[in-house]
Design a protein around this ligand. Structure first.
Ligand code: HEM
Length: 137
């Protein structure tokens, strides 16, 4: 075993981002707060096909947990994320993007993460949201 492997296996092994920010509870709080915003949003709410937002909340929470190094339950249930493809049925234009990010911003702020964690999470969310746009204004 070389030195690097030894270190990786030992106590110096880094925690995943998922673990660092508090694991499942943190991601569930984030996504729950996000859907509290979606629930009353006149542009976004009609886009969600199901009456009950609970299953959508579960899918987004499991996806984000998996993305950040938590359990792979999302893909175990849903397969490869292919998020752009899964958003094709919905009109994601600039206005939808802005509304989505507004509720996410409120939800991230409520978590009270360290500045470094908050920035890492926010950078990803803004990048991912921009990449989901599939309709011109
Ligand atoms: C940019 C604006 C966005 C809009 C308007 C939007 C809207 C939607 C809608 C209407 C659904 C269907 C609800 C459901 O049945 O699950 C959905 C699903 C989903 N969205 Fe988004 N979304 C956006 C961005 C994002 C981003 C940035 C991510 C990831 C970081 C994301 C992750 C997901 C996931 C994981 C699902 C469930 C996919 C599945 O397994 O079927 N979305 N989104």
């Amino acid at each position: 075993m070389d030195g690097v492997t030894e270190i990786r296996r030992g106590t110096l092994q880094e925690q995943t981002f998922y673990e660092q920010v508090g694991g499942e509870e943190t991601f569930r709080r984030l996504v729950h707060r996000f859907y509290e915003g979606v629930k009353d949003d006149p542009l976004l709410r009609p886009m969600y096909p199901e009456e009950d937002l609970g299953p959508a909340e579960e899918r987004l929470a499991l996806f984000l947990m998996q993305y950040w190094g938590g359990p792979t339950t999302y893909s175990d249930n849903r397969g490869h994320p292919r998020l752009r493809m899964r958003h094709v049925p919905f009109k994601v234009d600039r206005a939808a993007h802005d509304a989505w990010l507004k509720h996410m911003r409120d939800a991230v702020d409520d978590l009270g993460l360290s500045e470094e964690h908050e920035q890492t999470l926010w950078k990803y969310l803004t990048y991912a949201a921009a990449s989901m746009i599939n309709s011109p204004d």
